[in-house]
Write a protein that binds this ligand. Structure first.
Ligand code: SAM
Length: 263
């Protein structure tokens, strides 16, 4: 029997290879493109942020720079403990053990819910979307960051390992839930080929990792810094500030499926 709850999605990369995942997090988005899009979709300056599935808390200090408060929620106990250790000197950050489907958070108590490559992967995440709506204040924003499986070359490696993954179906799901979607092109940058290869090995099967390593070597001849283009999707939805008529979705103002509201 698996020791983890069915509600917790195993994340072999960060659960079993935490040191390499830290290398990955440091390499990601070196130009800050995701942060720029996130801030445009739901600025957290002076506000209360919830980072859902925060892992070992890599993104918490970044939010803490401008937010009033930051709460990291993570179901995997060793990671929750390490996240708490990472932020122990930051007065405006706390970490709690919990999961997306049942947040240890009061109703209408946060302004921004952020989840990065955690839990919200498409159909099946409805319980977490309902919980996010419960804990958001009216006018608050849910921001979901995930890899763009249609973006080359990284997306091609993902598709090779996930032949049943259906990117259009995932995007239709989020659109039907009232989310807007922005695609973001980023660069992952590693100090050297060995660092890049250690990360590719925790993200892909051995066969696909070998292919990815060969392609990355071709893109980055030499022994110096290694750059890998990686695409992301940022889904965002604003919780309405007024009543939503029955039968209409609570779409964000920027999304395509506008919902009538009574202010
Ligand atoms: C790939 S990691 C990303 C961690 C972190 N967001 C980051 O970017 O460094 C996915 C995380 O989601 C967590 N997770 C798994 N099931 C979850 C659930 N039901 N609710 C919230 N988080 C969950 C995992 O334990 C893991 O820490």
């Amino acid at each position: 029997m698996r020791w983890f709850s069915q509600d917790v999605l195993p994340s072999p990369n960060i659960w079993y290879h935490q040191r390499d995942y830290e290398v990955e997090n440091r390499a990601q988005d070196v130009d800050g493109e995701i942060w720029r899009v996130l801030r445009g979709a739901g600025d957290w300056t002076g506000r209360d942020v919830l980072d859902l599935g925060c892992g070992d808390g890599f993104h918490l200090p970044r939010f803490a720079r401008d937010a009033r408060s930051v709460l990291g929620v993570e179901p995997h106990p060793p990671l929750a403990r390490d996240a708490a250790r990472r932020v122990r000197d930051l007065a405006n950050v706390r970490v709690r053990k919990g999961r997306a489907q049942r947040l240890p958070v009061d109703d209408a108590s946060v302004d921004v819910v952020h989840a990065r490559t955690a839990y919200f992967f498409g159909p099946g995440c409805e319980p977490g979307l309902r919980e996010a709506d419960r804990v958001l204040r009216p006018g608050g924003t849910i921001l979901i960051v995930d890899l763009d499986v249609t973006s080359e070359p990284y997306g091609g490696w993902m598709r090779a390992d996930l032949p049943d993954y259906d990117p259009p179906a995932v995007e239709r799901f989020f659109a039907a839930q009232g989310f807007g979607c922005r695609r973001v092109t980023t660069r992952w940058q590693f100090a050297d080929p060995a660092a890049a290869e250690s990360v590719l090995k925790i993200e892909f099967s051995a066969r696909v990792a070998q292919r990815a390593i060969a392609e990355v070597r071709r893109m980055n001849p030499g022994a110096g810094q290694v750059t890998v283009p990686v695409g992301y999707r940022v889904h965002s939805r604003v919780k309405p500030t007024g009543l939503v008529l029955p039968g209409h979705s609570a779409a964000s103002p920027g999304s395509s499926s506008a919902s009538p509201r009574i202010e």
